[in-house]
Design a protein around this ligand. Structure first.
Ligand SMILES: [Zn+2]
Length: 214
């Protein structure tokens, strides 16, 4: 069960969640989004709307200008911001199931329905943007409800995974306490850890200790 929504936290100076830098280790946007359900790894990126916007910016879904316009808008329309946060959590739950048990027909169907629900509700236009660093990015500019478009790039990334049949490359980190998922892009398909500097390193240290005590 997800904890209750706390939009109000973004408007208070106290009770801020611990700010840890976001990790992008999954090779796919939709999987990085799944990994925002913190667990033992720190604060939930969907803890409040402002943090969600921070994550979207860190994921390069929003540029700085659009991110700050979203933050302003969330203060003017708190109910709308709260609704999209609830929506984001719902999408995330369904996408985690797709990542972990995507061979099960119900997980795929749930994902399909959820993706289409988000896509069907959002009116807007697509643009190709040239970023400051010279790279190109696809952008979705929504008309009407600006919040509605926020989840589009995430569900499109999941849609691409289904279309391309990538699910069999999705793994869960070999550390059972971790829970992160990622796309294994290695040639031999043997990536085990979400991140070598954290989980991979801990496993290496544990093997070393075992050797010493053997
Ligand atoms: Zn891990």
């Amino acid at each position: 069960m997800a904890p209750p929504l706390e939009l109000t936290a973004s408007f208070r100076s106290t009770a801020q969640p611990r700010r840890v830098p976001f990790a992008f280790v999954a090779e796919r946007l939709w999987l990085d989004f799944v990994n925002t359900d913190a667990g033992a790894r720190g604060a939930d990126a969907l803890h409040d709307f402002s943090r969600f916007t921070d994550w979207l910016q860190a994921a390069q879904v929003l540029d700085a200008e659009r991110a700050s316009s979203m933050r302003r808008r969330s203060l003017q329309q708190p109910a709308g911001a709260l609704a999209v946060l609830g929506d984001a959590r719902r999408v995330r739950t369904v996408l985690r199931a797709l990542a972990e048990i995507g061979d099960a027909a119900h997980a795929r169907l749930d994902a399909l329905n959820e993706i289409n629900r988000v896509l069907g509700r959002s009116a807007g236009t697509r643009r190709l943007e040239l970023r400051d660093d010279g790279s190109f990015a696809r952008e979705f500019v929504s008309v009407g409800d600006a919040f509605a478009g926020l989840l589009i790039p995430i569900v499109e990334s999941a849609a691409d995974a289904l279309i391309l049949g990538e699910r069999h490359r999705v793994r869960r980190c070999a550390d059972p306490r971790c829970g992160r998922v990622f796309q294994d892009e290695t040639k031999n398909g043997r990536r085990r850890w979400c991140d070598m500097s954290t989980c991979g390193n801990r496993a290496k240290a544990a093997r070393h200790r075992m050797k010493l005590h053997a």
